[in-house]
Structure formats: structure tokens, C-alpha cells
Design a binder for this molecule. Structure first.
Ligand code: P1T
Length: 460
């Protein structure tokens, strides 16, 4: 960690994140929200760690001492609520100037005091203070010990799949974001990983798919775009009994509305491009988890493959998470109103929204999620009708992506899920008439009025 020789020594079995270790460098790094009902505890390292004292890493303990004020504050923080954590976790004022907003450390490298003596940062692919602050923040929001930020949601998912190897079997929700399906089927399958796609909303499908070599169950819930909900606890129980890890793509909910680790999930992945950033101005991804060995491997992959989030993009996501609680409240409120409007609309044939009483897993969604979010899909029957809606909106924007402050509409069959085989799309309900809306935080009435006038153009 502190010198090239220690990196080399660690070889293929890394024991720490090279450069900095998030639960050691600053005591506040891994203080986070705890699963409801558990006794508060702190992941603050007080014992000297042999791997840190090797190779004269003298920089660490003085830094720990300097941060003791922040530590006191963050000890209190761990008893506080989500919004407080979102604003403060990983965000203690910068020690150089007291900047309240974490500076954008736009640097590729760091001056070292002497051979093997530095301030905890050696090279910016390995670690960067701005990215580290975000990683601490995201870990805290999911109630995890470790967090890693990547250049995109796909890069985060790709890094997570490096936990399995050739010959391993991975069970995947049959409806996921199209890019996930593409990465698994068309890229990673070429490297000997066996993917099996099942409807994970029925845990018996997962149970019957388990084989001796099953090492991972990857679920998305609710799914993009037809909002299928998977019971995270039931799937985790089944997977763990077979010795497999469970990964959940929590992009559609954000940690404000769903915290998968509380249900036994091992690893959470995010496209931070969406609600976490929230302003449609940066692509990014994250992996958060508790298992130290897996975390070390993710850190090792992050450094080895290098698909890191830039300092500026890390800062943008942190700016986003500060308002996550407020934004998600509004997204959820308007999502409910838009869904209710669509459900009663004569031009809408079917609606996909877990908040709807007609949704097959409405009760599960109510149990597992704190709200229903702002993603709603609806079927208007034909490509022509979908085209009319998508091209008639005025306030809403026709665009891929979701989770930003502005309302976006898209056509999954030809946009986000174009890479999914047509017969699979058909089976899942991703028809040519399907429209997906990511309800933003504009005035709810304005959003509804715009969708209403677009729907009224169908058949004219
Ligand atoms: O775009 P990127 O940051 O790489 O994230 C990929 C990704 C992962 N997981 C989910 C659930 C996603 O929805 C996405 C990206 N989705 C879109 C771009 C979209 O419009 O659906």
C-alpha cells in the first residue's frame, strides 16, 4: 500500500486498498447508518494495522489525530437520520482551508515526503480525496462499510462481476437494464462465466436454477423498465444457503427508498448517473458492500483496471447526494400522482408501477421499499401511439436515462433495451407501445398536464 514493494508483495491476494484504506485513513470514513434494529457500532480503527506501519507509512497516525474533531462529530452522526448522513458523511471540512464543500482534487499524483512517506495518497487512479469522500458518503448511505466509485454504472457492474471466474454460474433477473444484459450475454459470457436469466420475482425460480457452481445471484429491483420486484430477503436466504453472493442493482430506488443490505444482500451496485447525481450532468457508478475480502478485491480491480470516477464527477455526485432525501420525497410524490393519472387514462392499456394496487408485488414493494419512486412505464398499444406521445411532449424531454430533476420520457424497445433479443422483450412486456417516464421534480400538475396533452394526440 505504501510502496511499490508492498504492492508487489500482495500480488494476486490484495489485503488492503492500495494507497488508502477507507476504514483506516480517516476514522469517519465508514461511519454510516446502521440497519434498523441493530446496535450502533463504529467501524473506526484504533489499533495500529501492520500493513499500514510497514514501509514507514508515517503519515497515517498524525492525520488520524488531526481529524479527531471530525471523529467526534461523526460519532454523533451515526445516530442521525438519512438526510444528515447524506450531507455530512465523508464531508468533514477540508483540513487545508476549511472548505465546506470537498475540494475537487484535480491532480494525477501527490508529492511524497520521502521514499514510502506520503499523506496517504500516491497516485490518483488508486485513490483521490474527492473520490474517497464520495465513496465514504455512498457507503454510509447504504449502511455499508466499503464503497467504490466507478466511471459508469456499467463499469461498477463489470468490476463486481470480477468476483466470479470462468466456470462459475451466475443467476440474473431476466429483466434488467439492457446494458447489463448486453454486458453479461455478449461480453462476459465469452470469458467462461455461465449466465442464467430467470424471473427472480419468484424465489422458487432462483432455487431451481441453483447449481453446484452458482457463485452469484444478480438482481435488479424494481426492474428497468417493467418494474418487476424481487424479494431481497427470500433470494438472499436461498443464495446464501448455496454459498452464492447476492448483488442488487439499486439504481431505480436509491438508498433513500431501498437499502438492500438490510435484507441480506451482499453487494449493492448503482448507476450514480441517475438519482444519486440527480442532475443529469455526469455518468458514474458505485459498488458498496460489507465483506472485507470482496471489498479488497473490488478495490484491487478498481486500481488494476482503472475505470475510476473522475474528481469532478465525484464532486458532482456528492453535490447530488446532499439533496437526495428531499429530491426522492418529491420524486416519490409526483411519481404517485403521475401513475394515478395514467392508471385511469383511457389511452393507457397497461401501467407498470409497484405503487399501484394492481401491481403483482405491491405488498412486497410496500414492505421492502420506503416509497415507490418515480419510474413509471405504460403501454399505449402500438409503436405509432408511443411515437405520438414521445414526440408530442413539451415539458418532458425525450431522452435515455432517468433520475434527474427534469422529467424524461423514453421508448425502451428502441432505446434502453434495444440490445435485448426481440423475443425476450416481447415476453417481458417491453413492447413497441411501451413508454417509460422518469418523473422529475417540476411542479406535479405541469408534468401531468404535459403527459395529458401528449396522450390526447394519439389517433389524431
Ligand atoms: O449508464 P450507466 O451509468 O453506465 O448505468 C448503467 C445502468 C445500470 N443499471 C441500471 C438499472 C440502469 O438503468 C443503467 C442505465 N440506464 C439507462 C441509461 C436508462 O435509460 O435506463
Amino acid at each position: 500500500m505504501c510502496s511499490a514493494s508492498s504492492n508487489a508483495k500482495r500480488g494476486s491476494s490484495p489485503t488492503v486498498r492500495e494507497g488508502v484504506r477507507s476504514d483506516v485513513f480517516a476514522p469517519s470514513l465508514t461511519v454510516g447508518l446502521l440497519p434498523r434494529g441493530q446496535t450502533p457500532q463504529f467501524y473506526v480503527t484504533t489499533e495500529p494495522r501492520p500493513e499500514l506501519t510497514l514501509n514507514s507509512c508515517a503519515g497515517y497516525y498524525p492525520i488520524l489525530a488531526l481529524k479527531s474533531r471530525a471523529l467526534g462529530f461523526l460519532n454523533i452522526l451515526s445516530f442521525m437520520g438519512f438526510a444528515t448522513t447524506a450531507i455530512h458523511a465523508g464531508q468533514e471540512p477540508d483540513s487545508a482551508a476549511g472548505a465546506v464543500s470537498i475540494p475537487i482534487y484535480q491532480t494525477s499524483t501527490y508529492a511524497q515526503d520521502g521514499l514510502g512517506r506520503h499523506k496517504g495518497f500516491e497516485y490518483a487512479r488508486t485513490s483521490n480525496p474527492t473520490r474517497l469522500a464520495l465513496e465514504r458518503n455512498l457507503a454510509a448511505l447504504e449502511g455499508a462499510k466499503f464503497g467504490y466509485a466507478f466511471a459508469s454504472g456499467m463499469a461498477a457492474i463489470d468490476a463486481t462481476l470480477r468476483l466470479v471466474k470462468a466456470g462459475d454460474h451466475v443467476i440474473v433477473s431476466d429483466n434488467t437494464y439492457g446494458g447489463t444484459n448486453r454486458l453479461f450475454k455478449r461480453v462476459l459470457a465469452n470469458y467462461g462465466i455461465e449466465f442464467e436469466f430467470v424471473d427472480t420475482s419468484d424465489v422458487t425460480n432462483v432455487e431451481s436454477a441453483i447449481k453446484d457452481n452458482t457463485r452469484m445471484v444478480f438482481v435488479e429491483t424494481p426492474t428497468n423498465p417493467v418494474m418487476i420486484v424481487t424479494d431481497l430477503k427470500a433470494v438472499s436466504d436461498v443464495a446464501h444457503a448455496a454459498g452464492a453472493r447476492v448483488v442488487c442493482d439499486n439504481t431505480f430506488m436509491s438508498p433513500y427508498l431501498q437499502r438492500p443490505l438490510e435484507f441480506g444482500v451482499d453487494i449493492v451496485v448503482h448507476s450514480t448517473t441517475k438519482f444519486l447525481n440527480g442532475h443529469s450532468d455526469g455518468i458514474g457508478g458505485a459498488v458498496v458492500l460489507n465483506n472485507e475480502d470482496d471489498a479488497n478485491w473490488i478495490a484491487f480491480i478498481q486500481n488494476s483496471a482503472g475505470a475510476i470516477l473522475s474528481p469532478f464527477d465525484s464532486w458532482l455526485v456528492m453535490r447530488g447526494t446532499k439533496t437526495l432525501a428531499l429530491r426522492m420525497e418529491q420524486h416519490d410524490k409526483s411519481g404517485r400522482a403521475v401513475a394515478a393519472f395514467l392508471e385511469d387514462h383511457p389511452k393507457v392499456q397497461k401501467i407498470y408501477y409497484p405503487g399501484s394496487k394492481s401491481h403483482k408485488q405491491h405488498d412486497l414493494a410496500k414492505r421492502q421499499q420506503k416509497g415507490f419512486g418515480s419510474m413509471v412505464s405504460f403501454d399505449v398499444g402500438t409503436l405509432a401511439a408511443a411515437r405520438t406521445v414521445l414526440e408530442s411532449v413539451k415539458l418532458c424531454t425525450l431522452a435515455e436515462s432517468l433520475g434527474g430533476v427534469e422529467t424524461l420520457v423514453c421508448h425502451p424497445a428502441t432505446m434502453t433495451h434495444a440490445s435485448v433479443a426481440p423475443e425476450v422483450r416481447e415476453r417481458l412486456g417491453i413492447t413497441d407501445g411501451l413508454v417509460r417516464i422518469s418523473v422529475g421534480i417540476e411542479d406535479t400538475d405541469d408534468i401531468i398536464a404535459d403527459v395529458d396533452q401528449a396522450l390526447s394526440k394519439i389517433g389524431k
